[in-house]
Design a protein around this ligand. Structure first.
Ligand SMILES: *[C@@H]1O[C@H](CO)[C@@H](O)[C@H](O)[C@H]1NC(C)=O
Ligand SMILES: *[C@@H]1O[C@H](CO)[C@@H](O)[C@H](O)[C@H]1NC(C)=O
Ligand SMILES: [Zn+2]
Length: 439
């Protein structure tokens, strides 16, 4: 015990004192901490999705195994069985006045939810997207000249054909996934993820979200976050899309304050989900709409609502693809086009940020590769995935961020790093010892 303590103390001191040195030799950090991930503590979501010190080194259940599926709700999440940490995070956000106290809308089945009399859905206090109110700053439009590719409602069997098409054309998409569909289609989920597509949240069972209580929202978003997190080696999704585009300021606040999720809507809708419905749209109609949008003004950029619900809806995208290219749109995964990463804990290339040799991430301040390292020549910091493979040595089989992201079983490689001092006791001593020996 005593010697451990001394080692810890030495570790912390060395981490602080060698800050400069460490940044200049970030490859050492990568080698030393092969499978630990950077975890920003700025948002409370990082408290909800990370390993406790005692479970570090945990192997996530194999995606698709019975242990794996048994761990997630079969259907609509039970609000009485939510993880206590989620409920506490919600209570804290409510107590801090961050969750607007507006009425829960009435669920009308397939029709739009309605608010009690006297509640104006387009007032700033409610601002329901269903009633065409836009919260300033929320994403409905893409940057000029861009076509953001995204698909809702997967993973489902038609996703496979879509994925092959995307791959053949060297394209990626953001997939807004439904929790129960992930649970039911683990192979398609993994295939989609491993082909480099971005995974985002589309709730657990696809309800109208304005008609859900705060705790129901917790369950809908939290379990979808958790199944994605635990099935991608620890990635925390950044974006969500409400089913039917139905959200208001309350729903938005729970998503954002508790889970750090940013909402994404769309600015064009093909109605492709009705392709298989009686009296639904037709491929010809979709093609005409697409053609009109694609040959029209490039401002704002296009975010077209599309689904991987049926072979027909997938085909509608495939049919439109040549015209997207021909008309000069910059096409890409929605998450990459509107932001730098699809996940809250990965770098801009989507690679998990490797852990750094430190007790305190903030003290080391190596989170921003461009700004924080600009004054230091040769310093790449630990967030630069492209240089990592060359700087890894044969002594560290999974040392680089690239490895973690590209590994076919990346779910086994990742782990979320707790930056607390107590965590440092078990995790940081060996790398710091290595560092010391190299000084
Ligand atoms: C998800 O993984 C975490 C470890 O990161 C673990 O604590 C949790 O129990 C897992 N959740 C499920 C539902 O298996
Ligand atoms: C990190 O470094 C940047 C740039 O030097 C600085 O602006 C920022 O305040 C620092 N953050 C912390 C937590 O030290
Ligand atoms: Zn949907």
């Amino acid at each position: 015990m005593k010697s451990t303590f001394v080692l810890l103390a030495a570790s912390l001191v060395s981490a602080r004192l060698t800050h400069q040195h460490l940044r200049d030799h970030s490859e050492i950090a990568k080698r030393a901490l092969p499978d630990r991930w950077f975890q920003d503590d700025a948002h409370p979501v990082h408290q909800l999705f990370k390993r406790a010190p005692s479970t570090d080194g945990v192997k996530y259940a194999e995606v698709g195994s019975s242990t794996w599926s048994a761990a997630f709700p079969e259907g609509t999440p039970d609000v009485e069985k939510l993880p206590a940490a989620w409920v506490k995070a919600l209570d804290d956000a409510v107590a801090a006045g961050k969750i607007p106290n507006i009425p829960v809308a009435k669920d009308n089945g397939f029709d739009n939810p309605t608010y009690p009399q006297g509640v104006d859905p387009v007032s700033p206090e409610v601002c329901s997207a269903t009633y065409k109110c836009r919260v300033p700053g929320d994403v409905w439009d893409g940057p000029d000249g861009t076509f953001s590719t995204s698909f809702d409602d997967g993973p489902l069997p038609p996703s496979t054909k879509l994925n092959s098409f995307l791959k053949a054309n060297n394209e990626r998409a953001t997939h807004f996934m439904i929790g129960v569909n992930i649970r039911a289609n683990p192979k398609i989920f993994t295939e989609t993820f491993e082909m480099g597509n971005d995974i985002a949240v589309h709730t657990y069972t696809h309800p109208h979200m304005t008609a859900q209580s705060n705790k129901q929202i917790l369950g809908q978003l939290g379990w979808t976050m958790e199944i994605i997190h635990n099935s991608t080696g620890g990635r925390i999704p950044r974006y969500w899309r409400p089913p039917f585009g139905d959200y208001d300021v309350r729903v938005r606040a729970v998503a954002r304050e508790v889970f750090g999720l940013e909402v994404v809507i769309w600015n064009q809708d093909t109605d492709d989900w009705t392709l298989t419905e009686k009296d639904g749209t037709t491929p010809e109609k979709i093609s005409a709409s697409m053609n009109q949008w694609l040959t029209g003004p490039k401002s704002p950029g296009l975010i077209v609502l599309e689904h991987e619900l049926s072979d027909q809806s997938v085909q509608a995208f495939m049919d439109a693809y040549p015209a997207i290219k021909k008309n000069g749109w910059k096409i890409g995964s929605l998450a990459k086009i509107i932001g730098d990463s699809a996940y809250q804990n990965t770098d801009p290339s989507g690679n998990v940020r490797p852990g750094i040799v430190a007790a305190n991430v903030n003290a080391l301040n190596t989170t921003s590769s461009s700004s924080s390292s600009s004054s230091q020549s040769g310093s790449t910091t630990s967030t630069t995935p492209s240089s990592s493979s060359s700087s890894s040595t044969s002594t560290s089989p999974s040392a680089s961020a690239t490895n973690v992201a590209a590994s076919s079983n990346s779910n086994k490689n990742g782990g979320l790093q707790d930056a607390s001092v107590s965590f440092a006791l078990s995790l940081l001593a060996p790398p710091c010892a290595l560092l010391l020996s190299l000084l």
